[in-house]
Design a protein around this ligand. Structure first.
Ligand SMILES: *[C@@H]1O[C@H](CO)[C@@H](O)[C@H](O)[C@H]1NC(C)=O
Ligand SMILES: *[C@@H]1O[C@H](CO)[C@@H](O)[C@H](O)[C@H]1NC(C)=O
Length: 508
């Protein structure tokens, strides 16, 4: 805002131009860490090293999840997702020895064949491995070019997804037979490649990667068929034709990071193509008109889903809660405090799902009622759910917590964007809950029921525990100039990429 006034005063020519809305800084200029932040930060580092020790002991080299029970495991039967996914966090936390070991491990991975019988996901491999490798390469001063070589090896294999010159890639790839599963994909899977594949183009000098990722997003963004509200595409896609296969609209899983990357790619690339920022703005505008709901209890603000039958579903999820931070980021880049403030209210609604449960940890899925009804597409709430709703303004539909980051991710944005230390207190409270309820065999696992004082564990540690949860927590308690939101763009797995100085304006 002040940026615009200053410009208008010093450059009167702007009075004759259409009103320019200039990008503002993302981070608050009043960020001052409370004295107890250093001890919270150390606790988070200790949780990281404890979790990683257990991973080393029982699951070294495994993919995606690490069983932490004491059964001996066949070592290295995967690509080591927690190692590669955890690398950028190790660097940021200053865990030099762990980082160097991880870099050595990563440079030895053979990405040309899968070590398991499963197909390889283009989306998951991109956000965890390609991003993990390239972010670690950047953060460590480009001293390990072998990380780029590995990202390229993997991406060259993943380009199987475009075998038939299809614009929308197939997601489930079979490295053994050099083919893909002929199944539908989603806007999140096809629309969440731009940050990573454009970085790969930057460091290899081969623009094909960037072009493949951009064309897939543009195909989704420019498709106006079957759209319920402008800028809100349905979730399913047929890679063969590039056409939508349904009209289900959500900011939750399956669609989430398509929206997330529209504004993040505009920022990271500083592209002159306004499509990305404009479509993000349109998605937000349409969401405010059609999806934004206030609960009848507690006045909490949520983004509902819109289904194929054109009905509002009064549901939301842990995954969707990234929206709060994303609206704060995009609102600042578009210099629109209305969007920032809705982001802050969404963040409060998501935090309420943590602060209202027995463990102080939020559930995977939840539902609510607003003035227009309480339809969810599922069974109506039980008596117990109704009672919970009447007390808390939401009720739990899926009570597990599998170490997802989104609520604490948005809480991190809220702190950096406002400078209000209540967000530091919230993060500290989540850390205490994790210590109280997630500890298992010295490490940390997910739980089955966040509203139980003695929840059973699910015996798994997710790679995104290392990549996302512990990184966002650490940075919440760290010097706000470290990985500033004005200098870096986080991919959807919390791997930061260094951004060029911001443009004066995003979108048309
Ligand atoms: C660029 O990468 C693509 C995709 O892997 C590959 O097919 C192409 O040969 C590469 N181009 C050059 C000039 O190396
Ligand atoms: C800010 O965003 C809101 C919601 O999309 C929109 O209604 C409003 O016009 C925008 N304000 C400005 C100044 O662009």
């Amino acid at each position: 805002m002040s940026g615009f006034i200053l410009r208008a005063l010093t450059l009167p020519v702007l009075f004759f131009a259409p009103l320019a809305v200039l990008a503002g800084p993302v981070q608050s200029s009043h960020l001052s860490l409370p004295p107890d932040a250093a001890s919270h930060r150390q606790v988070v580092v200790d949780i990281f090293t404890a979790s990683y020790d257990v991973y080393r002991k029982y699951a070294w080299g495994q993919d995606e999840v690490a069983p932490i029970s004491k059964k001996p495991l066949n070592p290295r039967n995967g690509w080591g997702a927690s190692i590669v996914d955890g690398m950028s966090t190790m660097y940021i936390m200053g865990l030099e020895d762990l980082f160097n070991d991880a870099v050595n491990f990563a440079q030895g991975i053979d990405f040309s064949h899968s070590k398991t019988a499963d197909t390889v996901s283009l989306f998951e491999s991109t956000i965890r491995y390609v991003a993990g490798l390239l972010s670690a390469y950047e953060l460590s001063g480009k001293k390990h070019p072998g990380l780029v070589t590995k990202a390229k090896q993997l991406a060259d294999c993943l380009s199987l997804g475009w075998t038939n010159n299809n614009v929308i890639p197939y997601n489930d790839l079979d490295f053994k037979h050099n083919t893909f599963e002929n199944t539908g994909t989603s806007i999140a899977a096809a629309g969440t490649l731009t940050l990573e594949w454009s970085r790969l183009s930057l460091y290899t000098g081969n623009n094909t990667y960037r072009k493949l990722a951009e064309d897939a997003v543009l195909r989704i963004a420019n498709n106006n068929a079957h759209v319920i509200a402008a800028g809100l595409p349905g979730q399913g896609l047929d890679p063969k034709t590039g056409a939508p296969t349904d009209a289900y609209v959500t900011w939750g899983g399956g669609s989430d990071s398509y929206f997330e990357y529209l504004i993040k790619y505009a920022r990271l690339s500083n592209t002159d193509d306004n499509t990305y920022a404009d479509k993000w703005r349109l998605a937000v505008e349409s969401s405010i008109k059609t999806l934004l709901k206030t609960s009848t209890v507690g006045d909490h603000v949520y983004l509902a889903d819109y289904d194929d039958d054109r009905k509002i579903r009064h549901v939301s999820s842990h995954l969707a809660c990234f929206h709060a931070g994303n609206w704060m980021l995009g609102g600042r880049l578009l210099n629109n405090e209305t969007i920032v403030n809705i982001g802050l209210r969404l963040n409060d609604g998501c935090w309420n799902t943590y602060s209202s449960t027995a463990t102080g940890i939020g559930p995977d899925g939840f539902a609510f009622a607003s003035a227009d009804g309480d339809y969810t597409g599922e069974q109506p709430p039980t008596t117990a759910q109704r009672a919970f709703y009447n007390k808390n303004g939401f009720y739990i539909t899926n009570g597990y917590y599998i170490q997802r980051p989104e609520v604490l991710e948005s809480n991190f944005y809220a702190w950096r964007v406002t400078g209000d230390t209540k967000y530091i207190d919230r993060a500290a409270s989540a850390v205490r809950s994790f210590q109280a309820y997630l500890r298992a065999d010295g490490g940390y696992a997910g739980v089955e029921d966040v509203d139980s004082k003695q929840p059973s564990k699910n015996d798994e540690t997710q790679s995104f525990w290392f990549a996302e949860v512990l990184k966002y927590l650490f940075l919440t308690f760290d010097d706000p100039g470290h990985i500033s939101l004005d200098d870096y763009v986080f991919n959807t797995e919390a791997h930061p990429f260094l951004a060029p100085p911001a443009k004066s304006k995003y979108g048309s």
